[in-house]
Design a binder for this molecule. Structure first.
Ligand SMILES: [Zn+2]
Length: 231
């Protein structure tokens, strides 16, 4: 069976759906207007619609984005989401630089590069913060459910805190996350619906795939953000 491809966050030409912007997906640039009422959405500035070549050139060795394995031969296939700001003026009515937040996600190898900064009024970029992280591009699969890694943070030693969004038919329907018990024992928890919404049944297990399989047995979930049907 072919490996499922990375599930991309729900974006359209008009930007990331606000309903889905709070999933904690590192592939979606955060809104710039955290301390203001500027709530513009992330929008795709580049989008890859293609498929991997069928001849297997991008196998796992030495790497999907470096077929030769040689330094400098990386060719990533990026999906790019950007948020930029509206016009701002200083006290003297001079145009200030636009702040932007750009996130590049390689749909083949899961590399995520995030850049923040500002463009000066003459459009020369002013250096800003840059972060690089790496996700597993291949989602876990159980029945009709796909669990896409959306965040990965180093915790301790070789331990990572990982978060997944569960998708069905391309729409988010739930979450999985590594957690720790009272004595530090690691496990994975997951449920349908939004995280921290206590209304759905949480499944737990030693690994993400086991929890995803338990959720797949619960039945077909509703998309997160869907209008609830009234009583
Ligand atoms: Zn890549």
């Amino acid at each position: 069976m072919a490996r499922p491809e990375m599930v991309l966050p729900p974006v359209g030409p008009d930007g990331v759906d606000r309903e889905h912007a709070d999933l904690g997906d590192v592939r979606v640039p955060a809104l710039l207007g955290r301390y203001s009422d500027d709530e513009r959405h992330a929008r795709p500035v580049g989008y890859y619609h293609g498929r991997r070549p069928a001849d297997g050139r991008f196998g796992d060795q030495p790497g999907p984005c470096n077929p030769t394995g040689q330094w400098g031969h990386n060719r990533h296939l990026f999906d790019a989401l950007e948020v930029s700001e509206g016009d701002r003026y200083d006290a003297d009515d001079q145009l200030l630089g636009k702040r932007f937040h750009l996130v590049l996600t390689c749909v083949r190898c899961g590399l995520v590069e995030a850049m923040r900064g500002q463009l000066d009024p003459d459009d020369a970029p002013v250096p800003g913060a840059r972060e690089v992280t790496h996700l597993d591009p291949t989602p876990l699969q159980a029945g009709e459910l796909l669990a896409q890694e959306i965040d990965r943070r180093h915790f301790w030693g070789d331990q990572w805190d990982v978060t997944w969004t569960i998708y069905r038919d391309g729409l988010p329907v739930g979450w999985l996350a590594t957690q720790r018990g009272p004595r530090g024992k690691r496990y994975v928890a997951g449920a349908f619906g939004r995280r921290y919404d206590n209304s759905s049944q949480v499944e737990k297990g030693a690994g993400a795939l086991a929890v995803l399989r338990k959720l797949a047995k619960q039945g077909a979930p509703e998309p997160v953000g869907a209008t609830p049907t009234g009583p």
